[in-house]
Design a protein around this ligand. Structure first.
Ligand SMILES: Nc1ncnc2c1ncn2[C@@H]1O[C@H](COP(=O)(O)OP(=O)(O)OP(=O)(O)O)[C@@H](O)[C@H]1O
Ligand SMILES: [Mg+2]
Length: 451
C-alpha cells in the first residue's frame, strides 16, 4: 500500500539522494529543506512516515519529531544521525521516534525501515478511526447519550480535557459532574497520574484544611504523624474538588492563595511545597448567585471559572433516557449473571414523561430497583415505581394566554413559568429571557413575584 513520505534534510545533495532512494517505490514522496518547511507540510498533508536529519539549523529533527507527535494519528518518524550523535538519536527514541539510522545511510536498510514504519502508522490510523467510530456512538468512555446536549458536552470535554485549564463543572445533582471531571482527566496528558477526588461538603472546616494541605506531626490534637494533603498526593495529576460551593469563606481565601502561587503549606508547618496540580471543581449551586449573596468570594469564582462546563439536566435531553435506562439494565444484568431485560414501549414512554429531579443518578436507582423486582425479561410501565408511573405527561413547555389579559399579568405569568422551568435559578432564568439578572430581579420585585 503506498504511503505518504516526507524526507527532510538541510543539505540539498543528501536530500536529493534520499529522494532518489524512493523514486522507484510507489510511495508518494514529499521533501523539505528545513524544519519549518517540514512542519508546514505536516500540517497540510496527511504524512505517514517522516525521515528527518537530526541536526539542522532552526527547527531540528527533534523539533520536527515533537511537532509530528502532536498530530493525531501521529506519523512515524525515522531519525537520521551522523556518527558521533547517537546519543541524541537515543533521546529521540525516548521522545517517541519510530527508529533511527546512522549516516551514511544504507538505502536498502532505510527502505525496509520505512516499510515497517508505514505499516505501523497504518495500524495507528485504523485504531484511531475505530476509536472515533466508537466515540461517535458512545460519546466518551463511561458516558452514555447522544442528544445534542451530550454531543456538545463531549466536544467541550475533548477540547478542554487535554489542556491544563482549571474547570468549573456546574449542574444539578446526579447529572454526571464527577463523570465529566474524570473524563477531563482521562483526556489529559496527566491520565497516567492520579485523579484525586475530595468531597468538600463532607468535612468540617479544620479537617478540610488538613485534608487538602496536609499537616505536620503535632499540628493539632490527634495529628500523631505527618500526613501529606490531597494537593501533594495529586501532584502532576488532577485534583477534583466536589461541592466547592460548600466550602467556608476562610477556606476560600486559602484556596485562592494556592491557586495563585501554586504552592502549599502543611498545617502546622512552615515549609512551602510546590505543587503541579490540575484543578477541576464541581458544584450544584449557582455560584454567581452565591457570589451575589456574599457566600462565595468573587475573586475565587473568577479563578475557578476559567472554563465552565454545564452538565445538562436529564429532563432537557429526554431522548437519552431510553439508551441510559437500557445501559443500566445491562449493567445490573451483567453483575447478576442474568440476561438483559428489554424495555417495552409504554415503559419508555413513562420514563420519558417523568421529570427526573435526581437526574441520571435517580434513573440508575430506579432501574436497579425495577431490575431487582422484575419477573420475566420485559420491563413494562407497570414494573416501574409509582413516582414514575404517576407522571403521565411532562410539564408543558408552552403557555396558553387568553386574549385581553393585562400585559403585567402576562409578564407575571411568564416570569413565574420561566423561573419554575429552571427551578428558580435566576441566572438561568435571566439568560433564557435575554435580560440581565439585575433587570430580572427588579421585575420580580416590581411585580411582587415571590420573595
Ligand atoms: N451520561 C451518563 N452516562 C452514564 N452514566 C451516567 C451519566 N451521567 C451520570 N451517570 C451516572 O449517574 C450517577 C451520578 O453521576 P455523578 O456522580 O457523576 O453525578 P454528580 O453530578 O456528581 O452528582 P452529585 O451532584 O449528586 O454529586 C453515577 O452513577 C454515574 O455513573
Ligand atoms: Mg458528585
Amino acid at each position: 500500500m503506498p504511503a505518504n513520505l516526507l524526507l527532510i534534510d538541510d543539505q540539498p545533495d543528501v536530500l536529493e539522494g534520499l529522494r532518489l532512494a524512493f523514486g522507484r517505490t510507489d510511495n508518494n514522496v514529499l521533501t523539505a529543506a528545513n524544519g519549518e518547511e517540514a512542519i508546514h507540510i505536516l500540517n497540510s498533508d496527511d504524512v505517514d512516515v517522516v525521515v528527518t536529519d537530526l541536526r539542522m539549523d532552526g527547527i531540528d529533527g527533534l523539533g520536527v519529531l515533537r511537532h509530528a507527535l502532536t498530530l493525531n494519528p501521529a506519523p512515524a518518524v525515522i531519525i537520521l544521525t551522523a556518527h558521533g550523535t547517537i546519543e541524541s538519536a537515543v533521546d529521540a527514541l525516548k521522545e517517541g521516534a519510530f527508529d533511527y539510522l546512522t549516516k551514511p545511510v544504507n538505502v536498502k536498510e532505510l527502505r525496509v525501515l520505512v516499510e515497517k514504519a508505514a505499516e505501523h502508522r497504518r495500524l495507528l490510523r485504523e485504531n484511531f478511526e475505530l476509536r472515533q467510530q466508537i466515540d461517535r456512538r458512545f460519546g466518551i468512555e463511561g458516558m452514555v447519550g447522544d442528544s445534542a446536549e451530550m454531543q456538545q458536552l463531549y466536544q467541550m470535554i475533548r477540547q478542554v480535557g487535554p489542556t491544563k485549564a482549571t474547570v468549573l463543572v456546574q449542574g444539578e445533582s446526579g447529572t454526571g459532574k464527577e463523570l465529566v471531571a474524570r473524563a477531563l482527566h482521562q483526556m489529559s496528558p496527566r491520565a497516567r497520574k492520579d485523579f484525586i477526588p475530595v468531597h468538600c461538603a463532607a468535612l468540617p472546616e479544620t479537617l478540610l484544611e488538613s485534608e487538602l494541605f496536609g499537616h505536620e506531626r503535632g499540628a493539632f490534637t490527634g495529628a500523631v504523624s505527618r500526613r501529606p494533603g490531597r494537593f501533594e498526593v495529586a501532584n502532576n495529576g488532577t485534583l477534583f474538588l466536589d461541592e466547592i460551593g460548600e466550602i467556608p469563606l476562610s477556606m476560600q481565601v486559602k484556596l485562592l492563595r494556592v491557586l495563585e502561587q501554586r504552592e502549599i503549606q502543611r498545617v502546622g508547618g512552615n515549609e512551602t511545597i510546590k505543587v503541579d496540580v490540575r484543578l477541576i471543581v464541581a458544584t450544584n449551586r449557582d455560584l454567581e448567585e452565591e457570589v451575589a449573596e456574599g457566600r462565595f468570594r468573587e475573586d475565587l469564582y473568577y479563578r475557578l471559572k476559567v472554563v465552565q462546563i454545564v452538565a445538562p439536566p436529564l429532563r432537557h435531553r429526554r431522548s437519552d433516557i431510553p439508551v441510559l435506562a437500557q445501559h443500566f439494565l445491562a449493567e445490573f444484568a451483567r453483575e447478576n449473571g442474568r440476561s438483559v431485560p428489554t424495555l417495552s414501549r409504554d415503559a419508555v414512554e413513562a420514563l420519558q414523561a417523568y421529570h427526573w429531579p435526581g437526574n441520571v443518578r435517580e434513573l440508575r436507582n430506579i432501574m436497579e430497583n425495577t431490575f431487582v423486582f422484575l419477573q420475566g425479561d420485559t420491563v413494562g410501565a407497570r414494573d416501574l415505581p409509582g413516582a414514575v408511573k404517576s407522571e403521565k405527561t411532562a410539564p408543558s413547555d408552552t403557555l396558553a394566554i387568553p386574549m385581553g389579559l393585562p400585559l403585567e399579568e402576562v409578564e407575571t405569568l411568564y416570569l413565574k413559568r420561566t423561573l419554575a422551568a429552571v427551578d428558580g435559578n435566576r441566572t438561568r432564568a435571566a439568560e433564557a429571557l435575554g435580560i440581565s439578572r439585575r433587570t430580572l430581579q427588579r421585575r420580580i420585585k416590581e411585580l411582587g413575584i415571590e420573595g
